[in-house]
Design a protein around this ligand. Structure first.
Ligand SMILES: [Zn+2]
Ligand SMILES: [Zn+2]
Length: 240
């Protein structure tokens, strides 16, 4: 089945990405995507935009040239208690929130510490919807405990397509496959994300899709198959 949405997208506002919102919208249209989500890096990332940039996304229309545009952020986990770099009052205004660990924003600890950090993030951040690129071998975590916690706190686990390339987080492949298998076992929702830093990468989700399909995750747990279903899931999670 065709994946019709991609919400891991960085524009020039992230500081180390090279395309505009409109570059992405046109790419989405070209590729027949129903929906794209803006998820520029949170302000703790060196070179990222300040919080007002994240908070002012309401000025962007929700539908542009027939493409649904969700307003979000890729927040940075900044402490071992699961603190992130965006205040709740901004999170509330957004359509969706990804939280990820980036080793330029926090020095990862050992496996036990990192696992606890991930679990605390899910527990303490009700407005976080998606946990980004958790298969990163540079931030080792106990994958089984992590996925079990995602089930408990109803978080969506991202399977990050860029993690399968040599561009970023090399060595993630096996860990991502393992995460997908646990997600199948524990009934956790997953979403494939491109982690685009240039618009031609938008919607490039093929390897993530293969991993999700190979793990046997049922369609109802895959968030890329229907914009309507994904939006409903976000609203439900936010009590809207
Ligand atoms: Zn980035
Ligand atoms: Zn990231």
């Amino acid at each position: 089945m065709k994946y019709v949405l991609d919400v891991h997208v960085h524009t020039i506002s992230s500081g180390h990405a090279y395309s505009t919102v409109m570059d992405y919208v046109r790419e989405a249209k070209l590729k027949g995507l129903e929906l794209m989500g803006l998820s520029d890096h949170g302000p703790a990332m060196p070179g990222a935009a300040n919080i007002f940039h994240i908070g002012n996304q309401r000025v962007i229309p929700s539908v542009i040239e027939g493409v649904h545009v969700l307003k979000g952020v890729e927040a940075n986990v900044i402490d071992f208690d699961g603190g992130i770099d965006i205040h709740e009052r901004y999170l509330k205004e957004l359509d969706f929130v990804i939280a990820s660990i980036h080793d330029v924003c926090i020095q990862p600890g050992n496996e036990e510490e990192n696992t606890r950090m991930m679990i605390q993030t899910m527990k303490n951040q009700p407005l976080v919807d998606i946990i980004g690129h958790s298969g990163n071998p540079k931030v080792p975590i106990n994958l089984k405990e992590f996925v079990m916690a995602a089930a408990e706190y109803d978080k969506i686990i991202e399977i990050n397509n860029s993690s399968f390339t040599n561009i970023s987080r090399s060595g993630s492949t096996e860990r991502c496959q393992e995460i997908a298998c646990y997600a199948k076992d524990f009934g956790v929702k997953v979403i494939a994300g491109s982690d685009s830093h240039f618009h031609t990468a938008l919607g490039v989700l093929d390897t993530a899709q293969q991993v999700i399909e190979k793990a046997g995750i049922e369609d109802q747990y895959v968030m890329n198959l229907s914009a309507e279903k994904f939006i409903a899931d976000l609203r439900n999670r936010r009590g809207l």
